[in-house]
Design a binder for this molecule. Structure first.
Ligand SMILES: C[S@@+](CC[C@H](N)C(=O)[O-])C[C@H]1O[C@@H](n2cnc3c(N)ncnc32)[C@H](O)[C@@H]1O
Length: 393
């Protein structure tokens, strides 16, 4: 049945490899405000604008991003004056998205910064082990010192603005590098943090004038996409990118950023898509993929519920490579829907199938990017796609 489905939608798969870079955060690195918080797993402003255009979105209805990350969808909607709602389970994502989506006054930022103490002094501070490994002793002293001044800012909106500036500056001075699903610590020469902070604040103060938002409402909240706290039939379009199958633990990768908003550390997070081990089979999928797709089925059900009839949904998804599910040559076991001999799981096709079972119709699968799945880092065993799944309710 699955094989038949995969075959039946071949005509709906098209390639737009010229959009490959737009599916990454790279273009945002140069875009004012979008680049206030570096989010390696994010997509770009340009991709969201292209999707809104493709959808001919009805501006009287809000756009939802249930995995909003660094808030790219929300900011693009704000530029066009479209109401939007962004949800995520990672507190620092919600923090960064909401700081970026507000309006600020350059003169106020400069005035607040001019009130910061110029004379640096050592302050007693306690840091968790990760912070001690990720920063020099001098950088940690600067963080304590700057944090003290920031905490004195009475206006919460501007206090948060400066906390985001401190996160941005600190990450640039840190020894930590994001490497797939983990943080790698390697000591290196880094600029003094207080100087980096000054430069970041200057740039952010200018950015406020470089990007203009139109009048509209932007809601941002902590929420698990498997249980959306939204009314039935309340959103006009959805533009999002869920975690991928070979999922990363965002709490680990963003542990340093999280420190600045919750210095006492994160409670263990159980709400990640596919983070549990599932014993049951599901759609003939390899065991390692079962809990991911079961979670995604719940998400798709929720997306269907909150969409108005006729709503368009864009899901940017990546196919996964599960070497454990690779079948041996000569293995005559039943070929599953989603994996071939290579161990590549075509998440776009599986999700399209699940979405259609729930009532959505598949408009297109637009392939944005293709790369090889590598075994032992060099043997090419299959092709991994990154795709834009376009669904309609
Ligand atoms: C691929 S990133 C989205 C990036 C975003 N498109 C951007 O441009 O910044 C996936 C996001 O899903 C969030 N996430 C993971 N599990 C979630 C869940 N159960 N509910 C809501 N968000 C979740 C992660 O914290 C992460 O921010």
């Amino acid at each position: 049945m699955f094989k038949e489905y995969a075959h039946s939608i071949i005509g709906k798969i098209e390639e737009k490899l010229e959009w490959a870079e737009l599916a990454t955060f790279v273009p945002n690195k140069k875009t004012p405000v979008y680049n206030w918080f570096y989010y390696k797993e994010g997509f770009s402003r340009e991709l969201v604008l292209k999707i809104l255009d493709m959808f001919q979105h009805d501006v009287s209805l809000p756009v939802l991003d249930p995995f909003c990350g660094s808030g790219t969808t929300l900011l693009a909607c704000r530029e066009l004056g479209i109401d939007s709602v962004g949800l995520d389970v990672l507190p620092v994502s919600i923090f960064a998205s909401s700081v970026k989506a507000k309006d600020y006054d350059t003169a106020t930022v400069r005035e607040i910064y001019s009130g910061f103490r110029r004379k640096f002094e050592k302050l007693p501070s306690e840091y968790p082990p990760l912070m001690k490994r990720a920063f020099s002793k001098f950088a940690l002293e600067d963080i304590a010192f700057l944090m003290r001044d920031i905490m004195k800012i009475e206006d919460e909106k501007y206090r948060d603005f400066f906390i985001l500036a401190l996160i941005n500056a600190s990450i640039r001075c840190s020894y930590a590098r994001k490497d797939g699903g983990s943080l790698k610590i390697r000591k290196r020469q880094a600029a003094p943090l207080r100087i980096m902070f000054r430069n970041v604040v200057k740039k952010m103060a200018k950015d406020v004038k470089r990007l203009s938002f139109r009048d509209c409402r932007t809601g941002v909240a902590l929420c698990d996409a498997r249980r959306l706290e939204l009314e039935d039939e309340s959103v006009g379009s959805i533009i999002t990118s869920p975690p991928y199958l070979n999922n990363i633990d965002y709490t680990k990768v963003y542990a340093i950023e999280e420190f600045f908003i919750r210095p006492k550390g994160l409670p263990p997070m159980r709400s990640y898509i596919g983070s549990r081990i599932s014993e049951d089979g599901f759609l003939g999928l390899p065991q390692a993929a079962v809990s991911y797709f079961k979670d995604m089925e719940k998400v798709l059900g929720e997306l269907y519920r909150v969409c108005v009839p006729g709503a368009n949904v864009a899901l940017v998804v990546g196919n996964g490579y599960l070497p454990g599910s690779r079948r041996l040559p000569g293995d005559l076991g039943e070929r599953t829907f989603s994996t071939d001999v290579s161990g590549v799981v075509d998440s776009d096709v599986v999700l399209a199938y699940m979405a259609e079972q729930l009532g959505f119709s598949l408009e297109k699968i637009i392939v944005l990017n293709k790369r090889f799945a590598l075994e032992n880092r060099s043997e090419k065993v299959g092709t991994l796609r990154e795709s834009l799944l376009w669904l309609r309710k």
